[in-house]
Structures are given as structure tokens and as C-alpha cells.
Write a protein that binds this ligand. Structure first.
Ligand SMILES: Nc1ncnc2c1ncn2[C@@H]1O[C@H](COP(=O)(O)OP(=O)(O)OP(=O)(O)O)[C@@H](O)[C@H]1O
Length: 682
């Protein structure tokens, strides 16, 4: 502001304040006038003083954010989401704590200098007592959503700003902070900030609801709505109940909806039956474990209100520690490095158990076994379990993935070669995989990828039980049991000529179908098993909340047990207190369920998190280390899961996405975001 404008701004404030009736003297919003009055008479601020906004050091900022980590974590996704809605209009989005300190910031980084100069940046302190009338500070004092536009600011140096803010209240009604969108170059009038203000208010309500639900995660939460149609989707209007049905807290929407009924009394401590025409037991009987919406009537005024009930997230959570599973299933979870037994792998699925019994009858006979099943169904683990259960257990188990070895090497890998067999051959030659497995088991994974030219040679080995290495003349006798696996339809492979018919008959002594996860009748049990393995040596007991278990049990798992393992690994990395709730599941799994359900039943946090992932800043110009260093624990876990899937599938994106159950677009976006670069592009 130029000196002349500063003077006229100061004069305007003074003429409004000095000995006048503030409400009537000038056309100033009473809320602004009251704030000016505080600034002048109580805080003694000089409106013409040009001192810049106080900005905390990084260490001071950390001190501020540490105690409110849960709040900032929940609010962060809403800040990002809000920012995407207003970024194009030239706004920055700020999250401030209850002291007015900016603890989170989103804005166009090209204007970082300008944002910093005017104090719209991380660490800036927007207290009314220091900065005078300003969006954040005044919203904290008044505890209402408001827009402080241009000359509404008390200090002349802030008069180029426009700030729309809404306070965020805790379940007990105390201010947690303020969410704000601000601009230093808005040419729009104050009236035209209305839309920004509405968006800010909506975000504040979302954060309050998410915070409320997360605070009362272990309690019953009644969701109320005046309209049946909106009962399942409306955010807010939440009442937390303890195990006896007494009200622990109600958010401000619920307090205002029930204000007439209460006549000024507090809701907290009241049994639910004192407020509605239903007692707690009846409520549980009707609503517990269902997504039903029930009409209730208030006791005194008889108003109809629609309610649904969210169960405590750890209510009857299934204990799945290693020890407990062992007792529950009377089976020992294999120790690290110990092979899985066939009975263990069969789980509680009766048809799989039957098939395992059949395998046990043939595994010691010279009959090859063909394992068929979708990717990740555990074919290799079964092959190992068969080997360890058979009389060959003490001998080698050699696995060859025919899809992973380049066609040019597969012959020498399998059959070995004599010294000097070809240029580049090791001087002493090499025993191939077939000879390495002598006495034991040769596991040929992805047999459908065995090159057609090698199939007759393999057939000969199987038929004659001898192998001739490359460059050799004398066949060497070999005693092995062959187990093959494929995820493809073997008959189709034969029909299209990918697999020779005679080889097929030789390999398919007995075939064994591994069911996809979605067809297993013991899915919950299997989830428990995999979790117990993933939890490993964790000293903390680990549990899965009912709802999260239901979502996982219903998920189609295109990547089968491998995908389940990755999802649980991720959930374990991000969950709190060892309890996996819906909010800890990867977003692709949450979003697989009915969108309505996902929106209502899981924490809004999760929904927001998913949206936020679509538009985080691209790290393309940063180094990979920088990118990884800047990731949250949750993001690092997600990065690891994606990286492992890509490495496992030799960077074949189509296979990795199938396993992870995400789209190609998503994996490319995430690779970009997490700095995952395929080896051929490094
Ligand atoms: N019953 C089980 N319990 C726990 N983990 C399992 C079980 N079965 C498989 N897994 C895990 O699932 C993952 C996939 O298993 P495996 O590699 O045996 O599947 P596959 O069918 O051979 O996969 P692909 O077809 O992709 O080669 C492995 O990490 C394995 O540890």
C-alpha cells in the first residue's frame, strides 16, 4: 500500500472507532467493527505499522505441529482437496492451528516469493492480537466462518489480501484450528468471495467429521439426518455413545439439530433413551452391524430424525497374533524360513483340503504334478510344500521360472553345458537346473512360456530320465520329480500349439487347481494367516476391525494371496495401535466396494486421501532420494509394494497392475509420484 492509501485506511478505521456508535455510524460489518475495536482498544495495534507477519523457524513449527499430529494428518487431505478446487483462481490454502500458526500450506510454488512476502506461507502466525483483524485470527476469536477482504484488515499492509476462513472445532467444541483460502491479487469484490467461503466451510465440516470419527473410533457413533435420502451420505451430525449408550460427545451440527429438544441442557452424559424414543439395547438390536437407516423421534418435541449406527472399529476385532492363530486353528504358523506344510496351505477350505489329500497320495509316486491357478494363488508355495512333504524332502528343490529367463539362456540354464560349449561359456561348464535338482524336485513355473524349440528336449529328459548338457555327448542319468505350474488354461495352450500335446500328457500326471482367493470359503481365516505372517515378530498384538475384515473378505483380489499380502503389509505400516481399520486399507480396495458404502462407512479421511493422491505435485524434476525422503510412512509403504510388484514381474506393467488390482493409469501416476524408474529408463 502506498503511504497515501495507508493514511486513508488508518483514517477510515479511526473515524469508525473514535467515540462513535460503531453499529450505526458507518456501513461496516459489525463483526469487522468489533474486531477493529479490539485491535485498537485492547491490543493497542497501530494500523499503519508495516512490520511483516511473524514467521516461525522450522524447529518452532515442529514444536507446534507435534502435539496436533492427528489433526494435521486428517486435515491435510482436506487441505489438498480444497486447494485443487481453488488453485486456478489464484488462492493459496492454509491450515492454521488454534494459535493462528500456519501448519500446512498449498499454493502455486511459482509465486513462493510473493506468498512469503505477504505472510501467506508455512510458519506464518496469523493471530488477531498480533496482526489485527485478519481472516484466521478473527475467525479464531469469533469462532464463525468469515471473509476478511482488502480494507477489512486492520493493518494497512494487509489490505491487499482477501481471506475466507472457517474455524474447525473439536468434538468438545474447542477450536482445533482454521482452514483458509487467501489471495494477494484477487480483483474480485467481497461478495464474489462467497463461493470460496462456502468451499472453506464445507472443508471445515469434513475435517470436523473425520476428526470426530477418528476420536471416537472405538465407540458407537450415531449419524443423524433430518432427511432420510441424505442420511447415509451427509457428513456431520454425529453423536458418540459409550458402551452403556450414554452420550460422550456430539458435533456442532447434532447439537444444533437437537437444540430445541434440549432447551439449553447439554447432551453429554445423557442416556440415548432420554433423547430419543428408543433405548440403547433396542438401537443395537436394530442397527448394529447393518447399514440400515432408522427413523427415531425425539422424546420431548417428537421430531423425526433418521439415524444409522457405526460400530466401534475394534469391536469384536479378530485377534490374529501368531500365538492366537496357532491355538484357534490348532496349527502352527511356520517360523521365518520354515517351509509351509500342505495342511497349512489348504487352510479351512474343504475342497482344497480334499485336493491336498489327493496330492499326498501321489506325491511319492513318479507322477508329474501340474499346478494351475491365477497369479499369486500360491502355486510355488504349494510346489515347495509338496517337495517338503515328500520322500525327497532332504534333497534340492530347484525352481525355474520359464517366463523370467530370456529365451536365449533357457536352454543352458536348464540343461547345463560342457566346458567351452560356446563363446562366453564358463570355463568349467555348468550343471543345469535339471542336474541341480537330481534326487529332488524340479519346479517349472510358467511352463506355458517354455520355448517350443526346447519342449522336445524336455520331453526326452522326462521320458528317459537322463540329460545331455550343451556341447556334451554322453547323457547323464537324473532322478527327479517334476512339478509344473501355469496361470494359463493348459488345454488352450495345447490347442494353439504353445505347448506340445505329448509334453502336456507327460507333465500332467495329476493336475491340481488352486482356487482364486475370491472362491475360497476360508477367506477370513486366510487373511488372519497372512496377517500373522506379515506381523512377524511384532511384539504388539495385531487385530483387524470387523468392517475392514468384511471389506477384505468381499474384495475380488485379482492378484490373489500376493495382493492380499501386499495390502496387509501396507495396512500394517500405516495402522495405529496394531489395529487395522478401513482407513488403513489401500484406497483401491476401499473403492472397490459400493461407492456409497465407501463414502459413508469408512472414515472420510480415506475418501479424501484417495482424491488427494490424484493431484499431488509431480516429482519429475527431483532426484529419487529426494522424492523418497519426502514421503510419509504410508506413501513409503505404498511405494515399496508397487516397486516389489514391478520387480517381481520384470517390470512388465500389465502383470504388475493385475497383481496389485489397480489400473495402468494409476500405476504410471504412482511410479511418477514415487520416483520409480524402470531400469531401461535409468
Ligand atoms: N497360504 C498362504 N499363506 C500365506 N502366504 C501365502 C500363502 N500362499 C501364498 N502366499 C504368499 O503369496 C505370494 C504368492 O505366492 P506364490 O509365488 O507361491 O504364487 P504363484 O501362484 O506361484 O504366483 P505367480 O503365478 O505370480 O508366480 C507369496 O509371497 C507367498 O509368500
Amino acid at each position: 500500500m502506498y503511504p497515501q492509501e495507508t493514511t486513508s485506511h488508518t483514517q477510515k478505521i479511526q473515524s469508525c472507532l473514535v467515540g462513535k456508535d460503531l453499529q450505526n455510524s458507518i456501513k461496516i460489518d459489525p463483526l469487522i467493527a468489533a474486531s477493529w475495536d479490539r485491535c485498537f482498544h485492547h491490543y493497542g495495534i497501530d494500523p499503519s505499522e508495516s512490520r511483516p507477519v511473524q514467521v516461525l523457524t522450522a524447529a518452532e513449527l515442529r514444536e507446534h505441529t507435534r502435539p496436533i499430529e492427528r489433526f494435521t494428518r486428517i486435515a491435510k487431505v482436506a487441505v489438498q482437496r480444497l486447494h485443487r478446487q481453488v488453485a486456478d483462481l489464484g488462492y493459496a490454502t492454509l491450515l492454521c492451528d488454534s494459535d493462528g500458526v500456519t501448519v500446512d500450506w498449498q499454493g502455486d510454488k511459482r509465486f513462493s516469493r510473493q506468498w512469503k512476502d505477504c505472510g501467506l506461507y508455512l510458519g506464518a502466525v496469523w493471530k488477531e492480537r498480533q496482526e489485527g483483524t485478519c481472516g484466521v485470527g478473527t475467525a479464531l476469536v469469533e469462532q464463525v466462518p468469515l471473509t476478511i477482504h482488502g480494507g477489512d484488515h486492520f493493518r494497512a499492509k494487509n489490505a491487499n489480501l482477501t481471506c475466507s476462513c472457517a474455524p474447525i472445532l473439536s468434538p468438545s467444541g474447542k477450536p482445533l484450528g482454521v482452514i483458509d483460502v487467501s489471495s494477494f491479487r484477487s480483483t474480485r469484490s467481497k461478495d464474489r468471495q462467497h463461493f470460496a467461503l462456502q468451499l472453506v466451510m464445507q472443508s471445515a465440516r469434513m475435517i470436523e467429521s473425520a476428526y470426530f470419527l477418528s476420536q471416537f473410533e472405538e465407540q458407537w457413533v450415531l449419524r443423524l439426518s433430518l432427511e432420510r435420502e441424505l442420511a447415509e451420505v451427509a457428513s456431520g451430525c454425529l453423536v458418540a455413545l459409550d458402551g452403556d449408550g450414554c452420550i460422550l460427545a456430539a458435533d456442532r451440527v447434532a447439537c444444533s439439530v437437537l437444540a430445541e429438544e434440549l432447551g439449553g441442557a447439554s447432551l453429554v452424559g445423557k442416556p440415548i433413551g432420554d433423547v430419543f424414543d428408543v433405548d440403547f439395547e433396542k438401537l443395537l438390536e436394530m442397527l448394529s452391524g447393518s447399514s440400515m437407516v432408522l427413523p427415531l423421534h425425539t422424546q420431548k418435541t417428537g421430531h423425526q430424525i433418521f439415524a444409522s449406527l457405526r460400530c466401534p472399529q475394534t469391536h469384536s476385532a479378530k485377534p490374529v497374533t501368531r500365538a492366537e492363530i496357532s491355538t484357534l486353528r490348532n496349527k502352527k504358523v511356520p517360523a521365518e524360513g520354515e517351509p509351509f506344510t500342505l495342511d497349512y496351505l489348504a487352510g479351512e477350505d474343504s475342497s482344497l483340503k480334499e485336493r491336498v489329500e489327493r496330492i499326498k497320495r501321489v506325491m511319492d509316486k513318479p507322477i508329474p504334478i501340474l499346478l494351475n491357478g491365477e497369479t499369486g494363488t500360491g502355486k510355488e508355495m504349494f510346489a515347495q510344500a509338496i517337495h517338503h512333504a515328500s520322500r525327497r524332502a532332504g534333497k534340492p528343490f530347484v525352481a525355474v521360472n520359464c517366463a523370467a529367463i530370456p529365451e536365449s539362456l533357457i536352454e543352458s540354464e536348464l540343461f547345463g553345458y560342457k566346458e567351452g560349449a560356446f563363446t562366453g561359456a564358463r570355463c568349467k561348464g555348468m550343471r543345469g537346473k535339471i542336474l541341480q535338482s537330481d534326487g529332488g524336485t524340479l519346479f517349472l513355473d510358467e511352463i506355458g512360456d517354455m520355448p517350443a524349440s526346447l519342449q522336445p528336449r524336455l520331453l526326452r529328459v522326462l521320458a528317459e530320465r537322463e540329460v545331455t548338457p550343451l556341447g556334451g555327448e554322453t547323457p547323464i542319468p537324473v532322478d527327479l520329480h517334476v512339478i509344473c505350474a501355469t496361470h494359463r488354461n493348459v488345454k488352450d495352450m495345447v490347442a494353439c500349439g504353445a505347448l506340445r500335446e505329448d509334453l502336456y500328457y507327460r507333465l500332467n500326471g495329476v493336475s491340481f487347481e488352486l482356487p482364486p482367493l475370491r472362491q475360497r470359503s476360508d477367506i477370513e481365516c486366510l487373511i488372519g494367516d497372512v496377517l500373522a505372517i506379515e506381523a512377524g515378530n511384532s511384539v504388539e498384538p495385531v487385530a483387524i476391525a470387523d468392517k475392514a475384515m468384511r471389506i477384505m473378505a468381499d474384495f475380488p483380489w485379482p492378484g490373489n494371496i500376493r495382493q492380499l499380502r501386499n495390502a496387509l503389509r501396507y495396512a500394517l505400516a500405516v495402522c495405529e495401535k496394531g489395529v487395522i481399520t478401513c482407513a488403513d486399507l489401500p484406497v483401491d480396495i476401499i473403492y472397490s466396494q459400493d461407492p456409497k458404502d465407501a463414502m459413508v462407512s469408512c472414515l472420510p479421511l480415506q475418501a479424501l486421501g484417495c482424491l488427494s493422491e490424484t493431484a499431488e505435485p509431480e516429482p519429475s524434476s527431483s532426484s529419487v532420494d529426494e522424492v523418497i525422503g519426502g514421503l510419509s510412512a504410508m506413501q513409503q509403504a505404498e511405494r515399496q509394494v508397487i516397486l516389489e510388484a514391478l520387480q517381481k514381474h520384470k517390470w512388465q506393467v500389465s502383470r504388475a497392475v493385475k497383481e496389485l488390482g489397480i489400473s495402468r493409469a494409476t500405476i504410471y501416476r504412482k511410479m511418477d509420484k514415487y520416483g520409480i524408474i524402470p531400469p531401461n529408463k535409468q
